[in-house]
Design a protein around this ligand. Sequence first.
Ligand code: HEC
Ligand code: HEC
Length: 305
Amino acid sequence: MSDFTSDFWSHYVAGITIIGIVACFLLLWTTARKKVASSSDNTTGHVWDENLAEMNNPLPRWWVWLFVITLVFGIVYLVAYPGLGKFGGKLGWTEQKQYEAEMAKAKAELEPLYARFRAMKIEDLAKDPQAMAIGDRLFMNNCAQCHGSDARGSKGFPNLTDNDWLHGGTPEKIQETITNGRIGIMPPMAAAVGTADDVRNVAHYVLSLSNSPHDSVRAALGKPKFAVCAACHGADGKGNQDIGAPNLTDDIWLHGYGEDAIIAMINNGKTNQMPAQKDKLTEDQIRVLTAYVWGLSHNPKSVGK
Ligand code: HEC
Ligand code: HEC
């Protein structure tokens, strides 16, 4: 009701409600008083289809009382709870307060559990079935839409179950990733590499790093051009976790495998973002998730079914 800028609609809604209740009372009262003249055989005199007559019986008592009780209940309810326009009800109940009370209760119930988790190292947390059950639900609700319900990711979204890390796989690094998010930026590199043919040659050199099928002549020609890539991916192509530059030697491909995918990477670059979770999840929840994610590659038996 606070959405309205004037009180008109509040009065309007409350007015219709009150008039409705009063009208129901009046209906009951007038019909109870009014006697319909009936003949000796208790019919009203209306006859249809030759012999179908209308009887003049009073409403059953139980029905009348149900009607009265419903009306009284309505009045009591409207006095106690919100319902009459902007009037908030004598009990002061609001959805907001109920929600907050339920959240506080849930938090108080979980507090001892999280206190126990707080005293544990991430590595031990990853072996705790209770923590991992919570981690699994947190993951399904907050992470699975991007990383997949099995955490194996898909194109552009890293697989979290292997031991290949863009930004580091230690508990500290994982916690940092989840808390603050990450941005991986690879700029378009075609201009720095040279001609379209040079780009193709570098792509073959990249393929050769992981022993993927490649043209060895092109790879040899591309090798010197890889110097411009080395600043981020390292001279040996093994990547750099400080800036999230992937290891190009391990045959694990975040943005697709093969000549075309690599040429597209060099030509277009890529900006990829893992959203920060610190405003969405509590620190306790992030620790449990850190243990869950760390456990996926270190402790696969206790996490992810
Ligand atoms: C909107 C999609 C999205 C959501 C939601 C999301 N992530 Fe990510 N996540 C990404 C992307 C994209 C990356 C890769 C970033 C990059 O390329 O540098 C990533 C990277 C990561 C990494 C780093 C992987 C590595 O190899 O270093 C971890 C760990 C991770 N996410 C965990 C989580 C967890 C836990 C959640 C749930 C709380 C989550 N993510 C939710 C998109 C998402
Ligand atoms: C400024 C740093 C930087 C430079 C320079 C750079 N890259 Fe990258 N590259 C990245 C980052 C960061 C990513 C990961 C993007 C992401 O987070 O998704 C990446 C991703 C890639 C990928 C995708 C890997 C996969 O798993 O799918 C390929 C292939 C690649 N780079 C090749 C190259 C080549 C070849 C060069 C040189 C021509 C180059 N990069 C230069 C930072 C760089």
